[in-house]
Every structure is written in structure tokens, then in C-alpha cells.
Design a protein around this ligand. Sequence first.
Ligand SMILES: Nc1nc2c(ncn2[C@@H]2O[C@H](COP(=O)(O)OP(=O)(O)OP(=O)(O)O)[C@@H](O)[C@H]2O)c(=O)[nH]1
Ligand SMILES: [Mg+2]
Length: 300
Amino acid sequence: MSGYRSGTIAVFGRPNVGKSTLINRLLGHKLLITSAKPQTTRHRILGIKTTAATQFLYLDTPGLVWGGKGALARQMDGAAASAIAEADCLVLVAACPRLQDDDERALDFVKDLRKDRPLILALNKVDRMEHKETLLPLMEGLAQRGIGDEIIPLSARDGSNVLALEAVIARRLPEQDALYPEDQLSDRGDRFVAAEFVREQVFRRFAKEIPYVTTVDIESFREEKNIVRIEAVIYVEKEGQKAILVGQGGAGLKMVGSAARRALERHLQRKVYLGLWVKVRKGWSDDARALQSLGYGGDN
Ligand SMILES: Nc1nc2c(ncn2[C@@H]2O[C@H](COP(=O)(O)OP(=O)(O)OP(=O)(O)O)[C@@H](O)[C@H]2O)c(=O)[nH]1
Ligand SMILES: [Mg+2]
């Protein structure tokens, strides 16, 4: 197919700048989980968008934290670094109104690593800039420093200028045939998405301490004629955390379950039964073997 373009785009940056929200917006549907808490994304996940002229292979990555403690933190940084090392095109996401120290760190990190690959700076969250007139000087300052090939201000939340980013990416992908079948949407299956959608609700609904000590394991996933039956376990590290998550009379768990089920029904376009349990597994996040059995690793 002459003139067709296809390639991988690593979307990276510090936690919480809106990488996953941006990719969902670019894809036109919700594949990735998002929350107001940093370090929501824990895996490298491929989201695929195929058009008549281009196949976009977006790699979502965990926010770069550098030197975080424990096996999970190392796994997350590794997953991001591998995506950055391999991709055809790099999109560094930062958030308005200004670059922070950790954004500068991400820039330093790719400076030599990028070699001659395109680097695009996506300045997300323009919608929350109170003084729009400060955007231009910010962009000019960054342009003067020679940061990236293009700087695109946008809002992943309301969609402003996201198409401009897509157009810039399309121009910079290599000319080659599509790498994936045109109907494939991700490298992850529905089982993985189910676990993620449950974890998203834990991130969104609980105070800061709880989300980081939880992970979700799908024990069974059965597609029946009229319904998809899913049984999932939320693992925490301590009994006290389990009590918080379950809540009085199971109210906390019920809230998580019904919101996750609704999101899954939209994603699968099917009716879903979601059974949820909470179990304690001490030290899972710093145990390399436990991590592997819970689906972490293998991203690098
Ligand atoms: N105001 C505003 N908020 C946004 C925008 N994009 C994302 N957010 C919010 O920023 C928060 C973080 O979004 P995520 O997409 O989870 O960020 P991330 O960079 O993937 O975060 P990690 O996975 O933790 O590294 C969420 O509360 C989003 O709703 C935007 O354009 N404007
Ligand atoms: Mg994310």
C-alpha cells in the first residue's frame, strides 16, 4: 500500500499529566483507566487506531517516577523506558500552566535517547489555564529552548486541538503497511481490561493510601449467551485496608463493583455480571514472584 503510514507512538511523562486520558481521546473510546491520583497506569498498553491512511499504535506508559521503591515501581519505570526506547515517534505530555521539575527530568531523559526520532511536546490541560494570554509566552519559551519538533497545546478532557496532535503524528510516522489487523484495538484482551476497570474505581473512590496497595486479579471470565460472567479478586496488603475497601455492610465494594460493571458493559457492549472479593496478600507489591503471577512484568 504505497503512501500508507503506520508506527508506534510512545506517550510518556510524569504521573498525572493526562497521558491515558489523551490516548483515550485519540482512540475515540475508553480503553485506558484514568484517575486524579498519580501512578494510575501500571503497564505499557497498546491502543490501536486504524484509518484509511494511517495506523496509529499508541503506547500508554506508567508516569515516570525514577527511583521509586519496590519491585512494582521498578517494573513501572522499566515499562515506560522500553516504550520510549522502541517507538517510532515520541510524545512527551506535560500539563499547563508550566513545566515542573519532573517534566524537565523527562525531557533530559529523552534528549540523547531519541536520536533522530520525532519528539512532540503535548501541553495538556489548556482548559484549566485561567489566563490564556500566558500560553503563548510559555510556548515561545519552550520553542526557544529547542524542546521537541513541535509543541501542541491541547485539552484531553474537552478534546480541543487533539486532532492537531493526531495530524502532526500522522505526518511523522514511517511509510509502511499496517502492522496490525484493522479491527484490532489493543494488545490486551478483555480480561486485562476488566481487571483495570475494577482498579480504576478503587483509585477513584478511595483515599490516597488505599489505591497503591491494591491490585486486581481476574479469577474467571466466561462469555455466555446473554452475559459475560466475571469473578475478580482485589488484593490488598493488610487486614485494615481490606476493612476500608469493603466498607460498612459491604457498601464500598458494592460502589466499586457497580461502577466497574457499568464501564465494562459499555466497553464490551454486553451485559456483565461482576463478582468481587477482597483478599489480603502481604507484600505483593515488592515480591517479584507475586507480581508476575498477578500479571505484572513482561512489559519490557
Ligand atoms: N482539566 C483537565 N484535566 C485533565 C485533562 N486531561 C486529563 N485530566 C485529568 O488529569 C488526571 C490524570 O489523568 P490521567 O489520564 O490518569 O493521567 P496519566 O498521565 O495517565 O497519569 P498516570 O497514569 O498516573 O501516569 C485525571 O483526573 C484527568 O481527568 C485535561 O485536558 N484537562
Ligand atoms: Mg495513565
